[in-house]
Design a protein around this ligand. Sequence first.
Ligand code: 9MR
Length: 551
Amino acid sequence: MNYPVRYNHLGYTPEASKTFFVDVNAFPCKGSFSILDEQGKVVFEGSLREGSFGHKGICDYSGETLWTGDFSAVKEPGSYRIMVVGKDGSQFKTERFEISNSWILAQAKANIKSFFYQRSGVELKAEFAGPWARPAAHLDDNIGFHPMMERDGSWNAHGGWYDAGDYGKYIVNGGISVGTLLLACQMAPDAAAVNVGGTFDLPYSLKEETRFELEFFLRMQYLDGGVFFKVTPERWDGFISPHDSDMLQKRLVLGKSTTSTLNFAGAVAQASCVFRKDDRAFADCCLDAAIRAYGWAVENPAVGWPRNTEGSGGYGDEHYDDEFFWTRAALFCALNAAGRCDDSLCGEVRKMLPADMDKNPAFFGMDWRDTQNMGWALLALQEYDRELQQRAQWMLDGVAGEILKKQNEDAYGLSIRKFIWGSNGEIANHALTLLIVNQWKKDDVLRSASLEMMHFVYGRNPVNTCFVTGAAWSSPMHPHHRLSHSDGVEEPIPGLVVGGINADRQDGHRAPHYPSDLPGLSYTDERCSFASNEIAINWSSPLTAVLLLLS
Ligand code: 9MR
């Protein structure tokens, strides 16, 4: 029998709304349900209502007819199951889940730790990494330039996070990822400063983990201010360890582009604000690097991506206005935070920001290609310039309203309208937009709506999967992730969110076994499915941010 109940496999929080759905096509039922406690005792009985959110009838992307059970009245922390009774009298009980305040923070910490596991070039010691310990490899501290660059010499591109399931290290994508995490540090400074802890205690906080990536970023800047695009193996690696990859092939530096230089500038300018109180020298160094990068981009406003995908992804983007906006917004905040509002550069970028805003209306979320929401968020959250702040808050308020409207029209409470590559990242980014607005609106509706989106990521979805490794009974076991497949450990590295449902199925040639042709069932827990089951730092970062803000 297909699993007929859609619920958050981790759990719910005591005070929030708690709903689940039953697919009544798969399980014709009587319309009543019970909540069972740890001893199997019925603690709540309720009736299912037809439809889910504002949606009634058949969910077009999954073919399901969903009815909703609401047990928000159960507030007592503990471990529970849902039970529904079929028309034929059969009973269906879910696995256990919790009602608690702690699962969100525990998941936030697991997510933060997943960045530690993505570290390149350094040893991961068993005391911190447990069974996933590994020796230092891919040092990248003395590597050559790609032949496309027609350039001799070598470069120190040590450190940084692997981007995803592959061993590339990219500035585009690294930028939006570290930028999103820095935004979380800014919005939830206390939570971002807490040590990660967990099974293999890590004495790092989110803030410190972001610094690991930022230090790699600083190494990728050339003397002229421009920033290299990526570190790539010559050819795509097989599913081997970093150490074995070192035995087989070289790694090379490739770039520079306007996008990589501006991703760098935006992110390190943000870093100069976040680190200013703790480490002024580092903050100044970041600000200086951001200014030099911006200067390069102004001189070189349309240098394209390197157009090489022989050993790593493309991240091709030839639209630069959004990156300029992000950078100018970040520089404006960083110069003010450094007490340099009288610098001519601060005045210059201030003058250009209204036109940047005209050109780059906010989207529902940000991603590696469209970064303008970072600009909007930074301006909405700053207090140096009231006019810019008000305009940015007004823009994002409007977007949040649209997200809420869309959420209520969808059977699963999503505001996305298509499942694309990395849909879980997009869902998390929409949730993050709501929580950014919540910073000044303090409206519980925004918080609840973002939690509803988390329910999808953690199990309440048509493929009945908790999309984060190591989190629940239904978590992926075979992510498209070279580190997880080459370490001899059966369990994948924990805390990583996979891309999730992707109706475009770009991996068709690898013959993955998708459960059906329906768009909403385009997910399979198989290693070959890079289009649905890969992990990536830019999907983990908004998820981490949302969980931290909800914790
Ligand atoms: O997330 C990226 C997605 O938006 C693109 O459509 C796709 C194809 O270009 O690439 C994705 O990014 C991959 C990158 O190119 C290489 N590392 C793995 C990334 C996640 O799959």
